[in-house]
Design a protein around this ligand. Structure first.
Ligand code: FEO
Length: 400
């Protein structure tokens, strides 16, 4: 049965939630589910903005039928060709064979890559940056946003109601629970961490491109943001845009310490715990610790974007970095993290080597400084190490 949500007097959410998906993009755990947002505009012409993932196709089709209420579907605007949004394009074309697809040329090429249907030239409206489509009362303008998150991405701006259909930007992990507007839920408490984890892991690598989109958006009067995942924003837009400013410029949100450790028999964990206690005794608040063996790296990547200081503590394993720590460091590198202060603890019962290897990886991070020399443990924390941890805690605090 249909389940739609009214956004404005003539705009409807016709998306759906997937609450069973284990791994979004086959990588990211989504314990609170994920929403695939699609929007249907009922103007003199009817316009569907993006489709959904194939997992929710039945709900989506029922939603469209209900909102259209026997009207025909005139336009399908495609902003992004990742299959979590484009999967139902062929089904829409089949069901509404007279539909006109509105997209840019890169999107048209990708449609040819993902699908086998053919449409006459008259049913394609290929747009360039800044082109517009009048649908009656509304006027839609297309703004290109390459690499937010794929190269073909564009966003659509409704100049009439000042609504930005922002594609992946301003989205979040987590299904939408009844409400559709971010101001109807305690977003900070329930969703901000997931919005950060979504941003940093999905588009975190492309800070410059997100900056370019934010610059374009700053020239638009925006009253509402309709993303492809998560809640719709109609209040406190500046607050969320400010988060995007920070995340896309790799600016820490808080001045505090994230400690990520890899420990096989507890020695390395012990050093991390002692360091955390010493930092707390020196007045550091909001210290966060992660055991990299038990927490999915996407959560740690997200907090690496949040915290100003990061301590990595790892045992040596097969003459390398412990595998989960190595994965984490490569993951953070791939997401282009910059502007951090880092300290290292290595452990090894006969040949501690992880510190050098971690240094080699982190040296590639832009504008990232090491705080003092690495601390070396041999199996367990000894008296000398306590003094070193004490010094490290003080050195960290001095840089805060
Ligand atoms: Fe939600 Fe890049 O797709």
């Amino acid at each position: 049965m249909y389940n739609t949500k009214k956004i404005t007097e003539d705009l409807y959410w016709v998306g759906a939630n997937d609450r069973r998906l284990a791994l979004f993009e086959s990588v990211y755990p989504v314990p609170a589910g994920i929403s695939y947002n699609s929007y249907l505009l009922l103007d003199e012409k009817t316009v569907l903005l993006d489709t959904v993932d194939k997992s929710v196709n039945h709900q989506f089709m029922e939603n469209i039928e209900h909102v259209l209420d026997d009207r025909k579907l005139d336009y399908l605007v495609i902003n992004h060709m990742e299959p979590d949004h484009c999967a139902e394009i062929a089904a829409i074309v089949k069901k509404y064979p007279e539909i006109k697809i509105v997209c840019n040329s890169k999107i048209q090429t990708m449609i040819g890559q993902f699908f086998n249907f053919e449409l006459p030239e008259s049913q394609w409206q290929i747009v360039k940056e800044g082109d517009s489509l009048s649908t009656g009362r509304h006027n839609l303008t297309f703004v290109f946003a390459p690499m937010v998150h794929w190269p073909e991405v564009m966003v659509t701006y409704d100049t009439t109601d000042k609504i930005l259909f922002s594609a992946d930007a301003f989205g979040s992990f987590g299904a939408v629970d009844g409400n559709i507007f971010a101001d109807e839920v305690d977003f900070d408490l329930r969703y901000m961490d997931e919005a950060r984890r979504y941003y940093t892991n999905i588009v975190g690598k492309y800070g410059m491109q997100v900056q370019a989109l934010l610059k374009k958006a700053s020239n638009l009067e925006i009253k509402m943001i309709c993303p492809l995942h998560g809640y719709v924003w109609r209040k406190d837009l500046d607050k969320f845009i400010d988060k995007y400013q920070k995340w896309s410029t790799y600016t820490p949100e808080i001045n505090s310490v994230l400690i990520a450790y890899a420990s096989v028999y507890g020695g390395t964990q012990n050093s991390a715990e002692i360091l955390a206690t010493k930092l707390a005794e020196l007045g550091v608040k909001d210290i966060k610790m992660y055991d990299v063996s038990t927490i999915h790296p996407s959560y740690i990547v997200a907090d690496a974007f949040k915290y100003s200081h990061i301590v990595f503590a790892s045992t040596t394993y097969n003459m390398g970095i412990f595998v989960n720590m190595e994965t984490l460091l490569h993951d953070i590198t791939a997401h282009n993290l910059q502007n951090r202060k880092v300290a290292l603890i290595e452990n090894g019962s006969w040949s501690p080597f992880s510190g050098k290897l971690m240094t080699d990886i982190i040296t590639g991070w832009k504008n990232t400084e090491f705080i003092s020399e690495k601390i070396q443990l041999k199996s367990t924390v000894k008296k000398d190490n306590i003094e070193e941890l004490d010094k490290l805690a003080k050195a960290i605090v001095e840089t805060m």
